[in-house]
Design a protein around this ligand. Sequence first.
Ligand code: GZL
Length: 328
Amino acid sequence: MKAKKIIAGVAFLGALALTATGCAGGGGSAAGGNGGGDGVITVGFAQTGSESGWRSANTESMKEAFSEANGFNLVFNAADNKPEAQIAAVRSFINQGVDAIVLAPIVTDGWDDVLQEAKDANIPVILEDRTVSASKDLYASWIGLDFKKEGETAGKWVADNFGSTPTNLVVLEGTTGSSAATDRASGFDSAIAGTDIKVLDSQTGNFTRADGKTVMEGFLQKYGSQINVLFAHNDDMGLGALEAIKAAGLKPGTDIKIVTIDAVKDGMTALANGEFNYIVECNPLLGEKTAEVVKKVVAGESVDKQYIVEDQAFDQEQAKKVLDSRPY
Ligand code: GZL
């Protein structure tokens, strides 16, 4: 168990209870770490949930990298896309005295207090995937993606292909308040500025297929065949929208052009078969780099404040060529 300052209040009781369990020599050892002193690094990983195919690939990548064989004891929590549950999970990791915390923050704001508690407990926090608005001194590093560039790339494709004639667009936004949604929207909007593209409507589909379908049904009821293009912040919402478009008797990829972000297998399959028109990749395979950074931080070595993983983009012809060799 790490030597650390007991945090007042509930956390204090939690820590006492944990210690009591330890003293009783009862069921197993606390998940607390010992700074890797015995060669094992105990890591608490606070994942968003399991909202999309991208998330599943990201979780698999993280579990593969933070394996026992790689010298880790991984304590995993998926917060069902509920920010308050994710904050509670981080607080629980602090009370368990883990050696490091990895966090994929559902939303950008609201992290200052619990990250300060981790700092006070001398437990480093490493962000993966999305990022936070809290002060940079409250986390050791961020392994993520350039969401603004992803949005710009998607917007440029729409502007280049449809920007010179009057074009009506609807948008399925990602989780409200997440850095992925906020920055993709900002990048996309900057890329279509000054073109003949009109945004008819823009609503969140929470990065899920189910909500993407429901919101697209509403768009179709309201705007019908006026809709020329759909921009979905991720493949899964686009895949849900496909069902609504087909149910409305329209041909996705032809009657309504579709551009999405992620490039997961199901999205690339839709692109290869002509139902999507363009996908900007967002690489979920962040486990290896994150584990490398965690080891360095726990060993007291210096690391960069951020590591941004490169993305690419695909049209229908490119998707046909690479589909069978895609790593996720
Ligand atoms: C992006 C990631 C987003 C994906 C979605 O890095 O946070 O969350 O684009 C996922 O598919 O749900």
